[in-house]
Design a protein around this ligand. Structure first.
Ligand code: CUA
Length: 299
């Protein structure tokens, strides 16, 4: 009787939340296999699309989010206040969550299933996005943010001139949004899981200039050893998520931070987006990159 009563209570509470607390359930917007994500209309370019902003009437927005271990793409979503926003979200690998704090947006991201959800942000502010499905060792660092701006702030933040951020700031931003979850804020890595970049990236650079861009673009799979510690994590590929600029500037950020700069050769020249565009054509597999690393003469 007690267990029966509990079930009835839960059903009543769910019905109450759906009817009066504006709770609702994410709908399916179709299916897609992870291999076809880059070709799919909804996810070939994840990001935010705002329509009708500043044109009188109500602005609308579409947000296309891809989740994978352990980041959201895009990690930062900028929206104008009051925009009727439709989210399309899915996962590239395993189960993740997409929960926006202080809202009722809480979507389970199932690989293969495209979830869609509508929400309107009525108050400007920063809303943290968290993954609420336990997805592995860096689950707790899988974070994003929705920045809701007043219409003039939104116009300023998304104006073409606003993208004239310094390369160093772009590199640091890309690192913090995508790399720090595993390689940690100071590049110290996580022993046994994610290799350090501090006191190590310069060695990689000196062994082979293209190696760091290769790892970033194509990922790496296989066991490696750094200073006597074995690592067997899987480095994801970033060729579809990050632009030539972003790959170039985050590589420079890694090589110029945490004491790495001092260990670089005197004639070090930072990577340029043009150089990355050329390296991108190498189209390696994660196994190729691992083979190349095994062949490097690393200390
Ligand atoms: Cu993704 Cu937890």
């Amino acid at each position: 009787m007690v267990s029966g009563l509990m079930l009835v209570t839960f059903v009543v509470l769910v019905a109450y939340a759906l009817a009066t607390e504006s709770g609702h359930i994410a709908k399916s917007a179709g299916r897609v296999t992870p291999q076809e994500l880059t070709k799919s209309q909804l996810f070939k370019k994840p990001g935010v699309e705002v329509k009708n902003q500043g044109a009188g009437g109500t602005p609308t927005a579409e947000v296309h989010v891809l989740a994978r271990t352990w980041n959201f793409n895009p990690a930062e979503i900028i929206l104008p206040v009051g925009a009727q926003t439709t989210f399309y979200a899915t996962s590239e690998d395993i189960l993740h969550g997409f929960q926006i704090q202080h809202t009722n947006v809480n979507i389970e991201l199932i690989p293969g299933e495209i979830a869609t959800f509508k929400y309107t942000f009525d108050k400007p502010g920063e809303y943290q996005v968290i993954c609420n499905e336990y997805c592995g060792i860096s689950h707790q660092n899988m974070l994003g943010v929705v920045k809701v701006l007043g219409s003039s702030e939104f116009a300023a933040a998304t104006a073409p001139s606003a993208s004239a951020v310094s390369p160093a700031a772009i590199g640091e931003g890309v690192y913090n949004a995508n790399c720090a979850a595993c390689h940690q804020a100071e590049g110290q890595g996580l022993e046994g899981n994610f290799p350090p970049l501090a006191a190590h990236a310069a060695d990689l650079y000196k062994a082979e200039r293209n190696f760091i861009p290769h790892v970033l673009l194509f990922g790496m799979e296989g066991e490696i050893n750094v200073k006597g510690v074995t690592y067997n994590g899987q480095m994801p590929n970033w060729d579809s998520a990050l632009s030539d600029e972003e790959i170039a500037y985050v590589s420079n950020h890694i090589l110029e931070s945490w004491g790495n700069k001092e260990a670089l050769p005197k004639d070090f020249k930072p990577y340029t987006p043009k150089e990355i565009a050329a390296v991108r054509k190498d189209a390696l597999t994660p196994q190729d990159v691992h083979q190349a690393r095994v062949g490097l003469n690393l200390p």
